[in-house]
Write a protein that binds this ligand. Structure first.
Ligand code: FES
Ligand code: FE2
Length: 349
């Protein structure tokens, strides 16, 4: 169902910092964790289980870089070892599980599988998230649906015509065929539209970029899926006839939709969504405006996916049909299955 020997986004650093001395409880691939910031600002993730009487450590608080259980005050170190408890000898308690954690691009990444295999070199490379010419804004949704339904959704954007009719949808999307390929361990589904009118969201982006928002444009959507569950989508519009995606920067409004999809249970996931753009990166008001618009658009997806999950759970025996528009999602699922099979074979060795 999901890969475990891999990095998933657990939360943002901002989310953790906003909690002050409170830890963050989060379930990732069925692993219940308590995330907190230890001394020297290092993030740690411990299993959410106090070795004394089993209370959730996520209900405790952080004291001097240790996580103190909220029930009787046992303190745990970032490595999962017990440190101290008032009036008790607890040093001999067996350690609890500490998950490998690292920080990159403003996100906290966690490795829910075998800690011995965790390697920061396996993190995805997303240079634009650290580049000063780019701005990023995003948010988090807790979605009651199988994480693969979100991957399906992002790898087939024909749904925009119906689900997002008032923002990014337009009839030309479903009239223009997409192509899907698998290259270097990525599934890529792309669609290029020529000589169309930009939909409302992109008209706003064109105005922000100083372009005539009513001009005829070429539009592109290039969805890239990489295991375990990241989807980056190049999206944008350029004044018609200048090369579309390859048009010079001053003739286009261009962004990358960033999606980190972290499984929680079989029927729920954490959806970290955002948009990175390389036009007007210093304009924080624009970042906020885009974030609000994107949040509304992705809220429409969430509503559909949760209703879809509810239907699938109600009729588990029903077989679903695949059309050519589903190729991206189908190939992404196949890639996940191949990686899971490889992980199981390694376990058997
Ligand atoms: S259950 Fe945590 S200290 Fe007792
Ligand atoms: Fe959508």
């Amino acid at each position: 169902m999901w890969l475990k020997n891999t990095w998933y986004v657990a939360c943002t650093r901002k989310e953790l910092d906003a909690l002050g001395d409170r830890p963050l409880g989060r379930t990732i691939c069925h692993e219940k964790m308590a995330l907190f910031t230890g001394s020297d600002s290092q993030v740690a993730a411990l299993e959410d289980f106090c070795p004394h009487r089993g209370a959730p450590l996520s209900l405790g608080r952080v004291c001097n870089g240790h996580l103190q259980c909220g029930y009787h005050g046992l303190q745990m170190g970032v490595d999962g070892k017990t440190v101290e408890m008032p009036m008790q000898r607890v040093r001999s308690f067996p350690p609890i599980r500490a998950f490998p954690v690292t920080e990159r691009y403003g996100f906290v990444w966690v490795w829910p599988g075998n800690a011995a295999q965790a390697d920061v070199a396996l993190l995805p490379t997303l240079d634009f998230l650290e580049h000063p010419d780019w701005a990023y804004g995003g948010g988090l949704y807790h979605v009651q649906a199988d994480y693969r339904l979100m991957i399906d959704n992002l790898m087939d954007l024909t749904h925009e015509t119906y689900v997002h009719a008032n923002s990014i949808g337009q009839p030309e999307l479903e009239e223009t065929p997409s192509t899907t390929s698998v290259e270097n361990g990525q599934v890529i589904t792309q669609r290029h539209l020529s000589g169309i009118q930009a939909p409302p969201f992109w008209q706003m982006a064109m105005r922000a970029q100083g372009l005539d928002h009513q001009a005829s444009v070429d539009r592109w959507q290039i969805c890239r899926f990489t295991p375990p569950s990241h989807v980056m989508i190049d999206v944008g519009v350029a004044l018609a006839g200048h090369g579309g995606f390859h048009a010079p920067s001053h003739l286009k409004a261009y962004s990358v939709v960033v999606d980190f999809i972290t499984p929680e249970t079989e029927t729920s996931h954490w959806y970290h969504w955002g948009m990175a753009r390389n036009f007007k990166p210093k304009d924080t008001e624009l970042t906020q405006q885009i974030r609000t618009g994107q949040g509304r658009i992705f809220g429409e997806d969430m509503e559909m996916l949760q209703r879809q999950q509810s239907n699938l759970s109600h009729w588990p025996e029903r077989r679903l049909l695949s059309l050519n528009i589903d190729a991206g999602g189908v190939k992404a699922r196949r890639l996940i299955e191949q990686h899971i099979a490889k992980e199981s074979r390694e376990l058997e060795l």
